[in-house]
Design a protein around this ligand. Structure first.
Ligand code: NAD
Ligand code: DAU
Length: 350
């Protein structure tokens, strides 16, 4: 029996990774460590929470004493680290929170792993899940590769870049068996509705305006979240120590084109006249430091480990809409309470 610590497993991507590992590996004990911030939600894991190979621990990666004790009490074989503050807009209003969780939290985990695994680093893997945003922004052409220089522009991406550097430093300095992946924008079920796609689905459903930053010309490369989870599974098990992999969907959309497609799907699903939902599109003040374009070259991952994205975007987006429309209770729960204050501050008082 192997014991793997997954951090941030109650969040969007983390819950898909936990579900995949719990269902696929009955010989692994999966320990999900999560602070349950506004973005963490145990309802994301209802279907697997009673499985014998799953355990939830509530805790904060910023609390070094707690993390050291957790490692002392458990002989983890590996760590898959996803816990983070993940929303760019929140990082603009509260950068320090991002330094604490994304940088200090990651270093706390690295220290605990280093101390616990020092007699046999090669048998213990530390997998750090990162983002393409560390590479900064592209012009109209080109793609991010694993050797693109880091050039972060938001407090969020700066904090993720910093954590990536620490992870590499622990490999180069102490010999910790680390791997890093940098992924593009994910979409799918359990995505918190502060992010573009679920926020727009929720607003269209409730006949509220869809806020598009600037002119909607920014480009993102969208990947089905379950394809990201599959990539993480492959990389965790097969990548060489110290290696980095880019993960992306080869699926670039300007925000405005994406939202127009979403509006079309929503018109159909909600039995609205064609063009009805698109009337809700509203151009609002741009995000500060807004990166123009992200595009990932994931050929290394395809070539080395045989990974390819499984879904066409149109199909994935329709599945995502179906999920949100049939999980009203989930959506209502996460958009009640504090979400209303966030929404007011971010979109109404801007
Ligand atoms: P999310 O915000 O949905 O979830 C983050 C989770 O981390 C939540 O469950 C939260 O409770 C937990 N968490 C936050 N602070 C914590 C702390 N101090 N201690 C313990 N747990 C804490 O994020 P996500 O979108 O699922 O992203 C997961 C990871 O993947 C992040 O590291 C993010 O940088 C990275 N990533 C995200 C995307 C994307 O499109 N969402 C793309 C590439 C990489
Ligand atoms: O690229 C990977 C990153 O993708 C992850 O590292 C981040 O954790 C994740 O949040 C995501 O970052 P983005 O900033 O790209 O995602 P977001 O959904 O916030 O925004 C997508 C695009 O849509 C971006 O160009 C900003 C724009 N946008 C966003 C919101 C929330 C709008 O136009 N209006 C909005 O209301």
């Amino acid at each position: 029996m192997k014991k793997i610590l997954i951090t941030g497993g109650a969040g969007f991507i983390g819950s898909h990774v936990v579900r995949l590992f719990v269902n696929k590996y009955s010989n692994y004990e999966i320990v999900n460590l999560d602070k349950l911030t506004y973005a963490g939600n145990l309802a994301n894991l209802r279907d697997i929470e009673n499985k014998p190979n799953y355990r939830f621990v509530k805790g904060d990666i910023v609390d070094a004493a707690f993390i050291n004790q957790l490692f002392a009490e458990n002989q983890f074989d590996g760590v898959i680290h996803l816990a983070a503050e993940s929303h760019v807009d929140r990082s603009i209003s509260n950068p320090l929170e991002f330094v604490m969780t994304n940088v200090i939290g990651t270093v706390n985990l690295l220290n605990a792993a280093r101390n616990q695994w020092k007699d046999n680093f090669s048998a213990h893997r530390f997998y750090h899940v990162s983002t393409d945003e560390v590479y900064g922004t592209l012009g109209e052409t080109g793609m991010f590769t694993e050797t693109t220089a880091y050039d972060p522009h938001s407090p969020y991406s700066a904090s993720k870049a910093s954590s990536d550097h620490f992870v590499r430093a622990y490999h180069d300095t102490y010999g910790l068996n680390v791997v890093i992946s940098n992924c593009s924008n994910n979409y799918g079920s359990f995505h918190f509705p502060e992010k573009l796609i679920p926020l727009s689905i929720n607003n269209i459903k409730n006949n509220k305006s869809i806020p598009i930053y600037g002119k909607g010309e920014n480009v993102r490369d969208w990947l089905w979240v379950e394809d990201h989870a599959r990539a993480i599974d492959l990389i965790y098990h097969k990548a060489a120590a110290g290696s980095t992999y880019n993960i992306g969907g080869h699926n670039e959309w300007t925000n405005i084109d994406l939202i127009r497609l979403l509006c079309k799907i929503m018109d159909k699903k909600l039995n609205r006249a064609d063009g009805e939902s698109a009337k809700l599109i509203t151009f609002v003040k741009d995000r500060a430091g807004h990166d123009l374009r992200y595009a990932i070259d994931s050929s290394k991952l395809q070539k080395d480990l045989g990974w390819t994205p499984s879904l066409q975007f149109e199909e994935g987006l329709e599945k995502t809409v179906d999920w949100y429309l049939s999980n009203e209770e989930w959506l209502n729960n996460v958009t009640s309470g504090d979400y209303k204050n966030y929404y007011q501050a971010q979109y109404v008082k801007r």
